[in-house]
Write a protein that binds this ligand. Structure first.
Ligand code: HEM
Length: 479
């Protein structure tokens, strides 16, 4: 499928940037009080777009709006159109027990205990504000007008100023997929046998080809009823409500910083903490970098130093444990679990001649990449991450990473351990434990821990849709 040019004035700028220089941020959860007033407010809302950020423009502030499925309904979107969005978005993060179990939202993480986002009480919209240091109060005053207060109930979720570290103290925001905006790459060639970091734009914006070379499903309408909407790239007879939009996953993750360092100090000190995260506290990778060029990494030396690595040379996890957080979250294999074995061993493996491969619980990572846009919140005992990620498929991206890689007790051939940072540590229904952590040692036996405490607790969350600007205008015009 040829890549159509991206409609930069229609795509919200959050897809392009995490706004590093805009260190101050505020998220506002909105619930519609008065649908007509909400649509009128929406009609005058101008999100920051990719066009606003093009050619390295520096902006003092940014604003974005995303909506949940109940929010789209509250604005008057017909059920038949809503059904065109993905089932997990329509179903919501918290309404289905099976989904909660897969995501690890059990025990203290269960939605019933959340501060926000419980089934039936989901927010309708998420308004995100970003500003240069000292500018947030002005931006907030500009946005929080009587018109928005008349339309919505508003809950503020303040964030802490961005300083490049998450609350446990580790450098964060290092690894991101590089989006192939120029369409230089043809996915599914033999190049994909190796790990690459240049990912098709359709993985992060709806309406463009993804890593399968296909466009992800979007809600379609008769264009006569929606004249302002963009047309579907694969069917010009239809208006496309999803095009230029994407899904946004928001999880409020409380971090027990004291508990984390108490456990670490009692059991191995900083090297244990770094093994659990899978990077040094200052952000350096635990495995050697620069062993081979990686598409979508560099040429800047800082990028190569931070991201110029995969795990092919560390099959036993001696440098970075197999289940360290960053290794689970992005196992960095190519299309072949275990990496590119070369043509002869690949052929022998395909024919079944005894080539040892890593178990396929580690699937190719290019179908499961996330654009992370979160910020930390709070201080002292009440701190954590407002984890936010963007992707064109919640199921294949966020839910797969969270469910199959982070919350699963089986990963990389190991059992009985979840992500060492994020695990809820609840035994599975059959009684299997999930609270282990194995830390292989180069110079001795593997250190194995049982009874890892829970360090991160889910306090809220929801699935949102971050629409294109013309889709926002269409929603504002509903009656
Ligand atoms: C409180 C919770 C969390 C903490 C403290 C945390 C911490 C970190 C740290 C320190 C890094 C390394 C720095 C970087 O690459 O930017 C990282 C990377 C990453 N995390 Fe998390 N994280 C958390 C939750 C999550 C969740 C919920 C997900 C996904 C569902 C996730 C996915 C990732 C990914 C994809 C990477 C990059 C891996 C790579 O490409 O190397 N994290 N995280």
């Amino acid at each position: 499928m040829p890549i159509p040019p991206h409609d930069l004035a229609d795509i919200q700028g959050l897809v392009k940037s995490g706004y590093g220089p805009l260190t101050e941020a505020l998220s506002l959860l909105l619930r519609v009080k008065d649908a007509e007033a909400a649509r009128a407010w929406l009609g005058g809302f101008h999100p920051t777009t990719m066009a606003d950020l093009s050619a390295g423009k520096r902006i003092p502030a940014a604003r974005h709006l995303a909506l949940t499925a109940p929010g789209l309904s509250a604005l008057g979107l017909a059920d038949a159109v809503l059904e065109g969005f993905s089932p997990e978005f329509v179903g919501g993060m918290s309404a289905d027990r099976a989904r909660s179990r897969r995501l690890g939202d059990v025990g203290p993480n269960a939605p019933e205990a959340w501060a926000w986002g419980r089934a039936g009480e989901e927010p309708h919209a998420l308004l995100m504000l970003f500003a240069l240091p000292g500018r947030l109060p002005t931006l907030k005053a500009e946005v929080l007008t009587p018109a928005i207060s008349a339309a919505f109930e508003i809950t503020e979720l303040p964030t802490a100023p961005l300083d490049g570290r998450e609350p446990f103290g580790f450098v964060d925001g290092l690894s991101q997929p590089r989006v192939d905006w120029a369409g230089t790459r043809q996915p599914d060639t033999s190049e994909d046998l190796d790990y690459g970091n240049l990912i098709s734009s359709g993985e992060f914006v709806l309406g463009y080809p993804n890593e399968y070379g296909l466009a992800t499903r979007t809600p379609r309408l008769d264009p006569t009823g929606a004249p302002g909407l963009p047309r579907a790239a694969d069917n010009p007879d239809k208006a496309d409500l999803g095009r230029n939009g994407t899904y946004l996953v928001f999880r409020q993750l409380h971090q027990d910083v004291d508990g984390f360092w108490r456990f670490v100090d009692a059991n191995g000190g900083l090297p244990l903490a770094e093994a659990m995260v899978g990077r040094r506290k200052d952000g350096r990778p635990l495995v050697a970098t620069g062993q081979r060029p990686i598409r979508g990494v560099g040429p800047e030396p800082a990028d190569v130093a931070a991201n110029g690595f995969d795990f092919e040379s560390d099959g036993e996890g001696l440098a970075c444990p197999l289940t360290g957080h960053v290794r689970r979250a992005n196992p960095r294999t190519g299309d072949q679990p275990g990496g590119n074995l070369g043509p002869i061993r690949t052929l022998a493996g395909m024919l079944g001649f005894g080539i040892e491969r890593q178990p396929d619980t580690i699937a190719s990572s290019r179908f499961h990449r996330l654009l992370r846009r979160g910020r930390k919140y709070g201080a002292g005992a009440d701190t954590g991450l407002h984890f936010i990620c963007l992707g064109a498929s919640i199921a294949r991206q966020f839910e797969f990473v969270q469910g199959a890689w982070l919350a699963s007790a089986k990963f990389g051939g190991l059992t009985g351990e979840q992500d060492p940072l994020l695990g809820a540590r609840q035994p599975f229904p059959e009684g299997h434990p999930t609270d282990g952590f194995r830390w292989p040692q180069a110079d001795g036996p593997c250190r194995a821990f049982d009874g890892l405490p829970q360090f991160v607790t889910v306090r809220g969350g929801a699935y949102f849709f971050l629409p294109g600007v013309r889709a926002l205008r269409y929603l504002a015009s509903l009656s």
